[in-house]
Design a protein around this ligand. Structure first.
Ligand code: ATP
Ligand code: MG
Length: 410
């Protein structure tokens, strides 16, 4: 007996508005996908959406934002602007975010009009380190010992023996190591909290790290959940510098544990979209969750060239309610972050274009630049993905590229 497939779902809904209801009713190419935030993550989302035949709309106040520059529509207002949000909702069939620090209220406002993924409730948790840690505890995924410090009484009650030396982190609005202070004594802790303006903070015990890794999961509204392979990450001065992905980059048992933990964190949030979970591996081999990002992540950029589905295509698929298939790593890969510092690596006070031609002469190099006009130290300008037949070859080429660019060896 042959069963005829139901072809009705394959008819493009050219420009059609989403049926009411949650994300999960497929929006097919021809629809318009909106994104809050115009940074590089939004730009790469827009590129992936457009490659699949979607129209795109970006909301960002900056006329020259990386994503706004390449989108079909660009609404140039602040995230809180009701008129801007209404315009984005009017243009879009479904909306996502590229930035966890958008006010959760903006997502709630949009969510009343259109399917929004991830949900405001999940983003609100990822925005706040105290809530984020409480969520890890709920999911039974171990994190660093910590204390929430919102009041002078909580500061005075800190168990110094258990939490110092530690890292004081503002509960909200931190990124790339900003809003953090390393403290060794109760006096240093009090001074650091004072200098942060006594805003709500989390004090974390400083742990002996053997390595850092992260996992990107994509979860659909139907609960289907897929993941990218575990990424091994090297940070320098609080900023991601290098990501390495290949068989054996972390011990296999740890990788399995990290994937399972990342999935339970997503599951616990009833998450829809792409979620990155960052981990520490301690010197004794224990896995500890660090933090989550409710969006594609810098450590997942290698997937653009090394996987059969990139993290940005996964974001498109989850937002549009398309099926998720388990991504496959087809090449060992190394990603080098290209910070603005590289424009000054050859000396001088004026920025100089790095030697892209020499870098691109190396086999398996893939250059991604974000279209930012001005290079500044510490600013993420782009990344270089290196793919090769073997992990050794990928690392060797990455080290050659790093030497050409003025990135310290790793
Ligand atoms: P990003 O948003 O860029 O991921 P962030 O500003 O949110 O960074 P964290 O991820 O909290 O900052 O910390 C940045 C880096 O600092 C970590 O990747 C790790 O190298 C180091 N670090 C943070 N917390 C601890 C800790 N408790 N013990 C040891 N090292 C830590
Ligand atoms: Mg981090």
């Amino acid at each position: 007996m042959s069963v005829q497939p139901d072809m009705s779902a394959a008819v493009p809904s050219q420009g059609a508005k989403a049926p009411s209801g949650s994300v999960g009713t497929s929006l097919l190419p021809g629809a318009t996908l909106g994104v809050l935030g115009g940074g590089q993550l939004g730009r790469m989302f827009v590129h992936a959406a457009q490659a699949m035949g979607y129209f795109t709309a970006v909301l960002d106040a900056d006329a020259d934002s990386p994503a706004g520059l390449v989108s079909h529509h660009h609404v140039q207002t602040a995230y809180e602007d009701p008129e801007g949000l209404a315009r984005l909702a009017g243009l879009s069939d479904a909306i996502t975010t590229e930035f966890e620090n958008v006010p959760a209220q903006a997502l709630r406002t949009l969510g009343a009009e259109r399917p929004v993924a991830p949900a405001a409730s999940a983003v609100a948790i990822a925005q706040d380190r105290a809530q984020e840690k409480a969520h890890f505890v709920r999911c039974g995924v171990p994190c660093a010992p910590y204390a929430v410090i919102e009041t002078a009484a909580q500061l005075a009650a800190v168990d110094a023996a258990a939490l110092l030396p530690g890292i004081l982190k503002t509960a909200r609005l931190g990124y790339d190591g900003k809003g953090q202070a390393r403290v060794k004594t109760p006096e240093e802790l009090a001074a650091a909290w004072q200098s942060m303006g006594q805003v709500p903070c989390v004090l974390e015990k400083r742990l002996p790290l053997a390595l850092e890794c992260s996992v990107i999961v994509a979860r659909g509204a139907d609960g289907a959940c897929v993941h990218l392979p575990v990424q091994r990450n090297l940070h320098r001065e609080g900023i991601l510098a290098v990501t390495e992905v290949y068989e054996g980059n972390v011990p296999a048992a740890l990788a399995q544990q990290a994937v399972a933990a990342a999935k339970s964190v997503a599951e616990g949030l009833q998450y829809v979209g792409v979620l990155c979970v960052e981990f520490f591996v301690l010197e004794g081999g224990t896995l500890v969750v660090n933090e989550i990002a409710p969006r594609p992540h810098n450590s997942g950029h290698y997937s653009q060239n090394a996987c059969d589905v990139s993290q940005f295509e996964l974001q498109v698929r989850t937002l549009a309610g398309l099926p998720l298939t388990q991504p496959r790593l087809h090449s060992p890969a190394v990603m080098l972050n290209l910070l603005g510092d590289l424009w000054f690596a050859r000396g001088g006070t004026q920025p100089q274009t790095p030697p892209w031609d020499a870098v691109l002469a190396l086999p398996g190099t893939h250059l991604h630049l974000y279209g930012k006009a001005q290079a500044k130290p510490g600013r993420k300008m782009g990344h270089l993905n290196i793919t090769a037949p073997t992990a050794e070859a990928a690392r060797a080429t990455a080290l050659q590229a790093a030497a050409l660019l003025g990135i310290a060896p790793f």
